[in-house]
Every structure is written in C-alpha cells, then in structure tokens.
Design a protein around this ligand. Structure first.
Ligand SMILES: [Fe+2]
Length: 190
C-alpha cells in the first residue's frame, strides 16, 4: 500500500517550448533504461530477495522511481502545454501528436512503446542486484546525455537532481550486493 504525497520530489517549472527536448526526455519515460523500467523491475524483484532489508531497499527505490516518472512526465507535459500544434509539427512530433495528442505515453523518442522485455527478474539476488546496478548506471549516463542537449537551466536542474539519485541508488544496490554475497550458501563467483 502506498500513501501519495501531492508534491514532486524536486520542483519542475519549465517555461520554454523546447519540443525537441520534450521528445528526448521520453527516453527516461518509456525508454529501455527509463524510470518506468527501473520502478517495475525493482518492484517485482523484491519478492525473491533473501532478507527483509533487501526487500525493503528494492521497494523503497522502486517507489522513488515512481516519483521520478512523475517528474519526467511533468517536464514533458509542461513543454507540450506551452506549444501550439504548428510548433509540434515543426519539431517533428506530429506522429506522436496524432497518436497521443499532448498526452503522456510510455514510448521512447523513436516511437517505440515500452515493453516488459526491457526488464528482468531472475529470482536470484546476486543476478538481480547486479542487473539493478547496471540499470542505475544506464539511467545516470542517460541523464548525462540529456543534460548535454540543452542550455535551459529549468530543464537542467531537475535532470541533475535525477542523475544524482541514480548514483545514490547504484551505491545502495552495491552495498546490498556485498551483504547478499557474504550470506552463507550464496553462490558468487569471482
Ligand atoms: Fe534510480
């Protein structure tokens, strides 16, 4: 059960009509290493984690990733809201528009829809936590690439915040992996 707090984890206030950037931001919405993938992957892996601590960690991070989905959605929504249809067409987003209008949909900038094939659950804590660490690094570098695409500080600031959270998550998963592989009967090969 979740309690919803009606406040973004980090404030988003974009005044520009940078539709190219809105399109690129979809990478972290419905893309393979986006926030939806991270959240749903951790949420389902938690059930086969070996300790209450690791279950709690995955649930906590999955929940925070939901908050990050909300931030990315707000960023894209604000940019879409500021734009006219002519501007949307000029930015090459007319195909997205005829499918979804100015609504948010879980697809990537190339128009590929989100799929569960992007995520993994092997039911083995070493495998899953290793995968989660890679997922966080993929998300971190994706934010790095997105930050490099714009000079708009109102877009950069939330992206920097999100990038920092991926680093924290990577570290937390790393600590959990060390604890899991030190458990008796854990199969871990170096
Ligand atoms: Fe994360």
């Amino acid at each position: 059960m979740w309690a919803y707090e009606k406040k973004l984890q980090y404030p988003v206030c974009i005044k520009s009509k940078d539709l190219k950037m809105a399109q690129l931001l979809l990478t972290q919405y419905g893309g393979p290493s986006g926030e939806l993938s991270a959240s749903l992957q951790y949420m389902t892996q938690r059930y086969s984690m070996p300790t209450a601590q690791t279950k709690a960690l995955l649930t906590d991070i999955a929940t925070e990733e939901m908050g990050h989905i909300e931030m990315i959605a707000t960023m894209v929504h604000q940019i879409f809201s500021n734009a006219t249809f002519a501007e949307i067409k000029a930015a090459g987003l007319d195909k997205y528009y005829v499918l979804h209008g100015k609504g948010l949909f879980y697809s990537d900038p190339n128009g590929y829809n989100w799929t569960a094939d992007y995520i993994s659950c092997k039911g083995d804590a070493v495998v899953d936590l290793t995968r989660d660490m890679a997922a966080e690094e993929e998300a971190r570098i994706s934010y790095e690439y997105l930050i490099n695409q714009t000079n708009d500080q109102s877009i950069i600031d939330p992206l920097v915040f999100l990038r920092e959270r991926e680093i924290v998550h990577y570290q937390r998963f790393g600590e959990a992996l060390v604890k899991v592989r030190d458990m008796p009967n854990c199969k871990f090969y170096m």
